[in-house]
Every structure is written in structure tokens, then in C-alpha cells.
Design a protein. Sequence first.
Length: 155
Amino acid sequence: MTRRLSIVTFLAVLTFAGCGTSGIGTSDPVASAGPSQGSVVVLDVFSGRPNPTWVLDPAVQLQLAASLADLPITESAPSPLSTLGFRSATVTNVSTAHGHAALVEVRVGSAVLTLADGQTIALYDAQSQALRVLLQDAAGHVDRAMLDEIREQIK
């Protein structure tokens, strides 16, 4: 309970940290987050209750960056799914070959990077490599049955 509460507190601080004026001139907390902060993963699976959230292990953060570096850039990513169940995993503060991504949205078959300067880069991920990396790290943080359901979507 204490660990979950501290993660929720961290996310609340991360969310509201950029709401005032900042040196960057933005009220977007994602854009004002720097590369020295840890990466937080949120699985978008629930509606009406908190989604599973955890701090990404630094070694896994490097694996994620490597998997993203191998993906081809595409003109546009598929629209987010508006279904029940898993829709995406978002990760904050990831250094990538494309630059520092303030936010990475990983879906089945694609990843969308929002760089710190606001630029968006869509990547085609036919094998869902980036999502597989995140699901490996999720094992200690997310219910196994939920992870099995998500893995079924990427087979």
C-alpha cells in the first residue's frame, strides 16, 4: 500500500509540476519533464478506476530505447483503440535515438514518441517489440491474468 501510494504521489507531482509558469514556457508537465527523472509506465486498461502504474527499471529503460531505435518511422500511427481492455502503455522520460521523449505511447503494432520539444514521431512496430519489453517489466507490478490477456493481443 505504501509503495502504491508513493507512486500515486509521484504521478500527482509529475502531473501538476508543470501547471504553473516554467522556464520552458509551457503548462504541459510532460514537456517540462527532464531526462534525469525516472520513467513511469501506465497501462491504459481500465475505465473508471486507476490503471496499473510502476517506475520502469533503468535497465529495462535501456532495452526499451534499443527496441525503439530499430523501428522504422511511419507517416502516422493507427488511431488509439476505443475498446474495453488494453489500449496502450505510456512511458514518461525515455532517452531514445530520436531524442529525449517526454512521453512514449506504446500500442500493439506501433509506438508514438512525443519529444521534449513537442515533435511527434510515429514508429511502426510489426512485432510489438516495445510492448513486449514493457510487459516483461510489468510482471512484478501487474496481475498475471491481465498480462496474459495483453500478450494474446500481440500474438
